[in-house]
Design a protein around this ligand. Sequence first.
Ligand code: SAM
Length: 272
Amino acid sequence: MNGKHEFKKKWGQNFLSDNNLLSAIVADAGVDGKTTVLEIGAGAGALTKAIAQRAKRVVAYEIDESLKGMLDEALAPYPNAEVVFGDFQRAEFAALEERLGSYAVVANLPYYITSPVVLKFVEEAKNCTGVTVMVQQEVARRFCAQAGTSDYGAITAAIARKGEAKLTRGVPRSLFYPRPNVDSAVVRIDFTKGGFAVLSPKAYRETVRCAFLSRRKTLENNLMNTFRFERETAREIMRAAQIQEGVRGEVLTPPQLGALSDTLVRAGVIKS
Ligand code: SAM
């Protein structure tokens, strides 16, 4: 890589160069010659190149226009790779999805937008088959956590509604340049596996927020606080959703949160 690039911390610029790791990430994502890939944050193009070698096509967003020269050079042999310069978070998402058709996301995400970007695909994407991302290890554990553990939270539940999340590999900080202060991991969220339907995704989000409102309180108390229920009403709702009395929200599995959300919708407590 050209040593002249001035790395910008504000954009989470920690680049990869280990070819074995780069092709392992693309393999983890299940990319093959039929896959269109959307990458967020092309950097100097190391991952973009590894994707282009396997995929049908890759469209990569990059916010830092000063990387243009390096990207042009790195991607010159790959006519199936296209770089869009701009802020991915400002992209017209519906139009982008239409342009891509069915696609998978593969990215070494800038850490400062990890959660909003992942949630965007979980909540809004129509044509996305899955998201394979390098994130900080601690965040990776949260994405894949089991109910009742300290890593389990609202983001775990949001992801689980849409697909199956698996941590595919840990990546030590020494493999990035500049070297960050934390280790990372790759997570694949497969939208074609796992996941479940709810009557209203919006109601599910509100239910999840309620369940994790105060982690130390029981679900019953969080329901009472969120929806201004009497204790007996909270208990009735829980019984209807087949949830045991006395539990804390953080022990509910995502499908149980889904059942609770559907019950609240049917009872007219949350409008869908
Ligand atoms: N893919 C490269 C690699 O693996 O070596 C670079 C990964 S680096 C962690 C993240 C990249 O995302 C940086 O190049 C940064 O400039 C870019 N970036 C940061 N915020 C962005 C945004 N909002 N939209 C598009 N790219 C962004």
